[in-house]
Design a protein around this ligand. Structure first.
Ligand SMILES: *Cc1c(COP(=O)(O)O)cnc(C)c1O
Length: 373
């Protein structure tokens, strides 16, 4: 068998005709930047995320950057986040001259441990950026309570979590601004880069729209210095086609996750402590952008799986506080033990919607026999 980590070609095959006609319509219109397709996508996604407004931009990384810029965050400011994440979150903070203040993760959810949050807040804290890692929201009721007490905005890094819910509220409307990515491997992925911000604050929405267009509300009149960070009409048209399938794909991911739990449950690997499967925490609706195991002997297992034709990925091998580019922040090994442990133990296995039961049985068999040797 040959099972890739993600099979975008299988997915494209199911929607090729729809996508091609959407592309062709945009090319005929020659409305290539922003334009009606982008406005429609923004309207659809604002509604999907239960937000009053959505503002698209060039990438998820830019969404994070623009969100921080909308609050005027820069030199001398602190932003609280977790070290176990994709680079973009901490990168956006540092790009603006602000300082990321890390809080360790909860070992079960991989998300910000809300019990440790209050200690990290100082008089310089200007935002809190929880990450909804692998498709599950952070403990937003606890985080929002603490944020409200200190009057600090919460910016959601929901790049991996479109459609996820916390206590019945969708990602994108759990904080002041929700940031999403259309990177191809995300649950709603484009044919290239793209991003989106959601908010229900009209003033912030206005600021985000200005900031993504070089700081100009009226063309050629610049009130502030912004970015050139717009979504292409072609991307929007493709994303609108894929958006129609998003909930079906999400259900397929959730079914795959349930099947993995059942299959792993039969192996004895869970009770032996060699493997643990991701949990859907209480009050959460997980959308499984990734299905991340914790395993012993990870690198050997990974090599064995590769030999058996199974694609895997390690998210994220080096936590942010140990990245060379952040050495000047003064963190050291041992500062965030749960993030470091996750970095050493995590192994993402295929979870894409088209995966299928047979492939999942094969994957679990290969993992089982590795530990039986
Ligand atoms: C993908 C991702 C981003 C950035 O998205 P891009 O569109 O690739 O810039 C940010 N944060 C997290 C957690 C992500 O997974």
């Amino acid at each position: 068998m040959n099972i890739p980590m993600l099979d975008l070609r299988a997915q494209h095959a199911t929607i090729a005709a729809e996508v091609e006609s959407a592309i062709s319509a945009v090319l005929q219109s020659q409305q290539l930047i922003l334009g009606p397709e982008v406005r429609e996508l923004e309207r659809e996604l604002a509604e999907y995320c239960s937000s009053s407004e959505a503002i698209s931009c060039a990438s998820g990384s830019d969404a994070l950057l623009l969100a921080l810029m909308a609050y005027g965050i820069g030199q001398g400011d602190e932003v609280v986040s977790t070290p176990y994440t994709f680079f973009a979150t901490a990168g956006a903070i540092v790009r603006l001259g602000a300082r990321p203040v890390f809080v360790d993760i909860d070992p079960v959810s991989f998300n910000l441990n809300a019990d440790l949050l209050e200690k990290a807040i100082t008089s310089r804290t200007r935002a809190i950026m929880p990450i909804y890692l692998y498709g599950q929201c952070a403990e937003m009721s606890d985080i929002n309570k603490i944020a409200a007490r200190h009057n600090i905005p919460v910016i959601e890094d929901a790049a991996q979590a479109i459609g996820a819910e916390h206590k019945g509220t969708r990602a994108g409307s759990l904080g002041a601004i929700g940031c999403f990515s259309f990177y191809p491997s995300k649950n709603l992925g484009g044919a290239g880069d793209g991003g989106l911000m959601t908010t229900s604050d009209p003033e912030i929405a206005d600021r985000l729209r200005i900031l993504r267009a070089h700081g100009a509300k009226k063309k050629y009149y610049h009130d502030v210095v912004g970015l050139n960070s717009r979504l292409d009409s072609l991307q929007a048209a493709i994303l609108r086609v894929k958006f129609r399938h998003l909930d079906d794909w999400m259900s397929a991911r959730r079914s795959n996750a349930a099947r993995y739990r059942e299959l792993f449950g039969k192996t004895g690997l869970l009770s032996s402590g060699r493997v643990s499967v991701p949990q859907e925490c209480s009050g959460q609706f997980h959308v499984y952008n990734q299905f991340v195991l914790r395993v012993t002997d990870r690198d050997k297992l990974r090599a064995q799986m590769k030999e058996k034709g199974i694609g895997t990925e390690v998210y994220y091998p080096v936590p942010m506080h140990l990245q060379p580019c952040f050495a000047n922040l003064g963190y050291k090994q041992g500062d965030f033990p749960e993030s470091e442990r996750a970095a050493n133990e995590s192994l993402a296995i295929p979870i894409y919607p088209e995966l299928g039961a047979e492939a999942q049985r094969y994957i679990v068999d290969v993992i089982s026999s590795f530990y039986e040797r």
